[in-house]
Design a protein around this ligand. Structure first.
Ligand code: ARG
Length: 455
């Protein structure tokens, strides 16, 4: 069964291993845009006639309509999207179609098309990242003072607020946005006109095609133009980092929706039931966001391996640059949509979160800070005394605020009743007013900061 279709011999094997049309047909819009820009430049510089240009424009428009309508006869024997469209053009308009490839090669053509595709992907993902930031911000806005435990090592560390926690993700996503935008700036130079690798003897105008395609200008070295794929690597690396951020929130949702935590509830739309356990509400969407980080990162590592050690300039290895990028872009887009949807769907259980915020002696740092401030103890000593108070509370089965003053004074006689004011989670968060800290008034100010930027 396997290999049966290779019975025709080497030519069938070659056709199959060589063809990229199965996946690079996704570049058809960019290919037509690039060809139109090239043809207009060829006419403007007198390399082809105005009649040829008119025929090419008409033919490409008709081909675009064919592809759009699903009526285009894709042919594997024609290898890739570039040859498929060019062959079809010649079929439709004859001689003029054969002039389109003057002063151009598939090497600069594919580099141009792929840059255009990645640029479009960046623009789409950037809009989605902003929407996801807004979804985090909406939760933050409602919960600037909603108490929850802050964790380190997965252990309750200090009380924080849900709003502060949400804004941490807004910060991460804003850097992701910055990475995509930075990558876009470096990507936005046009390789078209580098031809096969050394440029061309025809009097082309690369500045014209670059401008027509929305690039900032032409690339400066023809060899680099056809050999470079670092724009795709940067895209994948920004995507992988962004996905890793989303995976961290996804993991938190998996934890928070588990009955043991019970911090938030997701509706039926974004969870699944079990066929055998009727009580189950599985956070599958969150789990898949967590998991898809793997394939996105895989695409980055895959392309790094393809590009490593490739002597200049173009080699067919580089045809392997596309599938990972297409898949990573689609996967990240879905992860962003799912994350935004879960944020807008989730119902936090504020009582449970507040109760958890006070558990695990989470205000021990506040107690130690009080000993430093009020009793002028060195912090290390205050830390030690607090440790003994925690141990005492633990042995008595209560929390810190549950210790009587007498019990506290057995450990440190100078402690006064005023200490109880700092032992609640609400007092703890309210006190952390240092810039970037968790105090509700800080959180509210940061919500305003992001609202102004995101609208
Ligand atoms: N399908 C090829 C790719 O995606 C297009 C460029 C082919 N160039 C060549 N000289 N064979 O990389």
């Amino acid at each position: 069964m396997w290999g049966g279709r290779y019975a025709e011999g080497p030519s069938a094997i070659m056709r199959e291993i060589n063809a990229s049309i199965g996946f690079d047909r996704k570049l058809w819009r960019q290919d037509i845009r690039g060809s139109l820009a090239h043809a207009r430049m060829l006419a403007a510089t007198g390399i082809i006639s105005a009649e040829d240009l008119a025929a090419i424009e008409g033919g490409l428009a008709a081909i675009a309509a064919e592809i759009e309508a699903g009526r285009f006869p894709f042919d594997e024997a024609l290898e890739d999207i570039h040859l498929n469209i060019e062959a079809r053009l010649t079929e439709r308009i004859g001689e003029a179609g054969k002039r389109l490839h003057t002063a151009r090669s598939r090497n600069d053509q594919v580099a141009t098309d792929f840059r255009l595709w990645v640029r479009d992907a960046i623009d789409g993902l950037a809009a989605q990242i902003e929407d996801c930031m807004r979804a985090f911000l909406e939760v933050a806005e409602r919960h600037t003072a909603t108490l929850m435990p802050g964790f380190t090592h997965m252990q309750p560390a200090q009380p924080t607020t849900l709003g502060h926690h949400m804004l941490a993700y807004v910060e991460m996503l804003s850097r992701d946005l910055g990475r995509f935008r930075d990558a876009r700036v470096r990507l936005n130079e046009c390789p078209l006109g580098a031809a096969a690798l050394c440029g061309t003897g025809f009097p082309i105008d690369r500045h014209m095609t670059a401008a027509e395609l929305g690039f900032d200008g032409p690339t400066r070295n023809s060899l680099d133009s056809v050999a470079a794929r670092d724009f795709a690597l940067e895209f994948l690396s920004a995507a992988a980092i962004c996905a890793s951020h989303l995976s961290r929130f996804a993991e938190e949702l998996v934890l928070w929706t588990s009955p043991a935590y019970g911090f938030v509830r997701l509706g039926d739309g974004l969870t699944t039931g079990s066929s055998i356990m009727p009580q189950k509400r599985n956070p599958d969407a969150a789990e898949l966001v967590r998991a898809k980080t793997g394939r996105i990162t895989g695409a980055l590592v895959g392309l790094l391996m393809v590009m490593k050690g490739l002597a200049l300039t173009y080699a067919k290895d580089m045809q392997e640059d596309k599938e990972g990028v297409f898949d990573a872009a689609a996967s990240l887009s879905l992860c962003l949509a799912a994350t935004a949807a879960m944020l807008r769907d989730m119902r936090p259980d504020v009582d449970r979160m507040a109760a958890a915020a006070g558990a695990g002696f989470s205000t021990a740092t506040d107690l130690a800070d009080w000993l430093v401030r009020e009793l002028k103890l060195p912090f290390r000593e205050a830390h030690h005394i607090t440790g003994r108070l925690v141990a005492k509370a633990e042995s008595l089965g209560c929390d810190l605020a549950g210790l009587t003053l007498a019990q506290m004074q057995e450990v440190e006689p100078r402690i006064t009743r005023a200490v109880y004011d700092v032992l609640t989670p609400a007092a703890s968060v309210a006190s952390r007013r240092s810039f970037g800290g968790t105090a509700p008034e800080n959180v509210a100010a940061m919500v305003r900061f992001w609202r102004e930027r995101l609208g």
